[in-house]
Design a protein around this ligand. Structure first.
Ligand code: MG
Ligand code: MG
Ligand code: MG
Length: 306
């Protein structure tokens, strides 16, 4: 039997990778032939977690054949998915994002919850199937929750995320805070990225009412350090929107210790961002206190002002 392919979004983050691995584990325990894949390089934070729990990276795929059976985790918008997704057979979606540009020709399982992390939803699926989670998988799922909620500090974090993370940490036998901070810190090492790579580590395209925009995010312990390369970053962002015919590029530079973000914005529609956040961009920048979540504090606000 052909493998069912399971994957998250392009420019994979920790939740996308670990949720694909956890779903592979769950599906195979249900007797299904399923394989976790990734749509790009794993970032340093994810690498840290994979190495810590001695788990190999999923296999890289660049496209899927027509009719390929797939399960999507941690995304639903086709613009963020694998090339060829329009003609794949989507069996299931497990996600915690708004439902954007998504359409199928056949019925499917679709599990969406407004929680902080896809792995939190998958935890409930293990419970429902009465399947125990092994320590390694628990560690990977815990890493997802820590990553997506910035160690429970993001406004996307729910009580359920905290509860599930606590149970997973017990199974995986790690100290959440100690492990979590080390994992998040591993992701803030931006030293060997070119500006073009840096704006692509965690970057997503969106289309709303005909406006095409990109929101990328980098985590750091020092916004100032990242801004040393400001003009190079700006050039890379300009280049990107030119190449992809987009109207706007917002880069969120997020201080994971203080939980604030500086935004760097370029494009022909920066007026949308100024209106959305009630700020006047200075030097293409604005400081947004308390803003750490693209999903909850940036994309919906921009969408409302398009
Ligand atoms: Mg994600
Ligand atoms: Mg996620
Ligand atoms: Mg994220």
């Amino acid at each position: 039997m052909e493998n069912i392919l399971i994957f998250g979004h392009k420019n994979p983050d920790t939740d996308t990778i670990m949720s694909a691995i956890a779903m592979e584990n769950l599906e195979s325990k249900k007797g299904k032939n399923a394989k976790a894949c990734r749509l790009g390089n794993v970032n340093k934070e994810t690498k840290f977690a994979l190495e810590y729990f001695k788990q190999e990276e999923p296999e890289l795929i660049e496209n899927v054949a027509e009719g390929q059976e797939v399960i999507l985790v941690d995304h639903n918008e086709f613009g963020q998915s694998v090339d060829g997704i329009e003609n794949a057979k989507i069996l299931r979606v497990v996600d915690h994002h708004k439902i954007g540009d998504f359409k199928t020709s056949e019925p499917l399982y679709y599990t969406a919850m407004p929680v902080g992390c896809t792995a939190t939803i998958i935890f409930g699926m293990y419970e429902q199937e009465k399947i125990d989670i092994e320590p390694k998988i628990a560690g990977l799922m815990l890493s997802s929750i820590i990553s997506d909620t910035l160690l429970f500090k993001s406004p996307t974090c729910t009580e359920l995320d905290v509860e599930v993370a606590t149970k997973l940490a017990e199974i995986a036998n790690v100290d959440i805070n100690e492990y979590g901070l080390n994992m998040l810190k591993a992701g803030t090492d931006l030293s060997d990225f070119s500006p073009a790579e840096l704006i692509n580590i965690d970057s997503k395209p969106f289309t709303t009412n005909g406006v095409k925009y990109q929101v990328a995010q980098v985590n750091t312990a020092s916004i100032e350090d990242v801004l040393k390369g400001k003009s190079e970053l700006q050039n890379a962002m300009q280049e990107f929107i030119k190449e992809n015919s987009e109207d706007l590029f917002v880069l969120l530079i997020t201080d994971i210790l203080e939980n604030n973000s500086q935004i760097l914005v370029v494009g022909s529609r920066i007026d949308i961002v100024e209106k959305a956040f009630g700020v006047e961009l200075e030097d293409n920048m604005a400081f947004l206190p308390g803003v750490v979540s693209r999903k909850k504090q940036v994309v919906p606000v921009i969408d409302k002002n398009i």
